[in-house]
Design a protein around this ligand. Structure first.
Ligand SMILES: C[S@@+](CC[C@H](N)C(=O)[O-])C[C@H]1O[C@@H](n2cnc3c(N)ncnc32)[C@H](O)[C@@H]1O
Length: 275
């Protein structure tokens, strides 16, 4: 049983490390996510677990990996929110394919990529654009997340029926190999995507990822408070090239978060352009 005092200790710890904020009424959620871990570690209270996280020395670093896996929500799927993907295709065709193609290839970043469905969807869209236009459109895609478990799954590129439920049959046949209801993504898509650990709350770690043309950070900001959202958006802004594009989740907004981006209206969605 998670006491109110233990809830506050763990909530504040999780917030400090990840930016993820469990509201007062979400004690049951935090408890259900962490309870199994206490059993695995042989700890008898959440207070002990907090102590283990905070003062565990070397073990703390290891335990943070498990904690990040447990407190994150990794819900995702291929071809999520089609209007945003249509806007992506329009931007690539109108802004880039008509002008000089970025030197070194179009650099796309899926920040909070979970198990990989988002960056792989973007890679498939790029490959489809290439086959439709008959042009070579060099690109690279980076996927980052705080959940090591999600990233390991992304690296494997093996998906279940639920993940591909919104994927067109033709696309499924072209880019996946199906075996008994399991969908294995072809290497021809996987090779464009690199996945790495990155905690969006760690401002220093963005340094490696600069000069991005397009960033997708969808359904991630929703877990942060305004302070966290501002920090992440400021860092993503810095990682974009001038005039680069940002896409956030369809239920998310930059209102009161940033004035640095210009909203661009597309059918059924908004994309943001760095000023
Ligand atoms: C709901 S998923 C969204 C996946 C994908 N972008 C999509 O829209 O389908 C949210 C992801 O954000 C990640 N996340 C949460 N906090 C994070 C942080 N501080 N740094 C990096 N990733 C984080 C979670 O691990 C999770 O995989």
């Amino acid at each position: 049983m998670l006491t109110n005092q233990e809830f506050i200790l763990l909530r504040d710890f999780v917030y400090e490390k990840t930016g993820i904020y469990f509201a007062e009424n979400k004690g049951y959620l935090l408890e259900s996510r962490l309870a199994g871990r206490l059993d695995e570690l042989g700890l008898s209270s959440f207070e002990e677990y907090h102590y283990y996280l905070k003062y565990g020395g070397q073990k703390t670093g290891q335990e943070l990996i498990s904690l990040f896996d447990l407190v994150t929500t990794n819900e995702t799927s291929f071809f999520r929110n089609p209007p945003q993907l249509d806007a992506f295709k329009m931007i690539v065709q109108k802004s880039y394919a008509n002008g000089p193609w970025p030197q070194g290839g179009l650099k796309i970043w899926s920040a909070g990529c979970s198990t990989g469905e988002e960056p792989y969807t973007l890679a498939i869209l790029m490959l489809e654009l290439m086959s439709q236009t008959g042009r070579s459109l060099p690109f690279t895609i980076l996927g980052t997340d705080i959940s090591t478990k999600a990233l390991e799954s992304a690296k494997k590129g093996i998906f279940n029926q639920y993940s591909v439920r919104n994927t067109d049959k033709v696309v499924l046949n072209k880019y996946f190999t199906e075996k008994k209801g399991i969908y294995i993504l072809n290497d021809a898509v996987k090779k464009y995507v690199t996945v790495n650990f990155l905690n969006l709350m760690d401002s220093d770690s963005y340094r490696k990822y600069k000069q991005m043309d397009m960033i997708f950070c969808r359904n991630v900001l929703i877990y942060f408070d305004d302070k966290g959202k501002k920090k992440v958006i400021e860092n993503l802004y810095e990682s974009l090239k001038p005039k680069g594009y940002l896409t956030i989740g369809h239920a998310e907004s930059l209102h009161n978060i940033s004035r640095g981006f210009k909203p661009l209206i597309f059918p059924g969605t908004i994309a943001y352009q760095k000023g």
